[in-house]
Design a protein around this ligand. Sequence first.
Ligand code: PEP
Ligand code: MN
Length: 338
Amino acid sequence: MIIVMGSHVTEAEIQGVENKLINLGLTANISRGVERTIIGAVGDERKIHKEALEALPGVENVMRVVKPYKIVAREWHETDKIISIKNIQLGGKTIQIIAGPCSVETQTQMDLSAQHVRNAGCHLMRGGAFKPRTSPYAFQGKGIEGLKMMRQAADKHNLLVVTELMDVRTLDAFLEHKVDIIQIGTRNMQNFDLLKEVGKIHVPVILKRGLSATISEWLMSAEYIAAGGNHNIILCERGVRSFETAYRNMLDVTAIPMLKKETHLPVIVDPSHSGGKAWLVPALSKAAIAAGADGLLVEMHPNPCDAWCDADQALTPDQLTQLMGELRLVAKAVGRDL
Ligand code: PEP
Ligand code: MN
């Protein structure tokens, strides 16, 4: 940490900062210039609140020199993290497309979804049994029954199950129904108690970006999970809230290479909740793969017009199959497989 002292700093104020650093278990490296005195704090600065130093008399500015996250930072783990689940790998050369309906509705709908997901060449199926809806009067999901339907449909077609956990109290049911990847949704990106709980298990977690979260806040949330011991984390960019109202959210393509630089964790993209319209999904998907995403989370419904949730953004089974063909070409162009 670098502490810049004000222009009229006194020796007593410099001493005050040094004493504070010593109390915090760090040492001070004082450099007296013509206009400014700079104090370098030597030691593990992650444990220190910047504000505790900013509030001291004579201090003008405090700057961190290391990232506030550690386990998830690429500087601590240079090679890409590859997450293996059964025979599927996420974060390696092969791009994974996770497809399925927004929400689990009926056993028939899930059986059909699984069949179409598999026929399109995907190995992972999505579907929400617990739905975070803006309105309390909207369909809230089938709950535990939905987990059962999803597992049954996925097993028939040899697919992995990806589904959202909203409440710590249902985590045991997720484990009981052998959910392969737990999704932490946008609205829970900073639900720190939930993050701590999924940090204690080893089931891989997809951590979606908060509605207007910065990359740093997002990685700090990932660090919460990692700090508990679960390093199987996949980051999912799903568009951010912006000034634009023509589409649902603004897909932050820049976040993909930025995350790849900052962290070794796999990065996937949800083009469905970004665009909010099925016709936008192919273009956003191709942009994501071209920019380096390791996978996609795409909504597909056997009959989008009948979908109980997010009907407008669901691909038809045929559209998913067609998209897979187009993505294969983009993947090849950037040296990946699909
Ligand atoms: C979802 O993927 O089902 C979902 C609700 O997405 P988000 O959390 O990105 O809004
Ligand atoms: Mn949805």
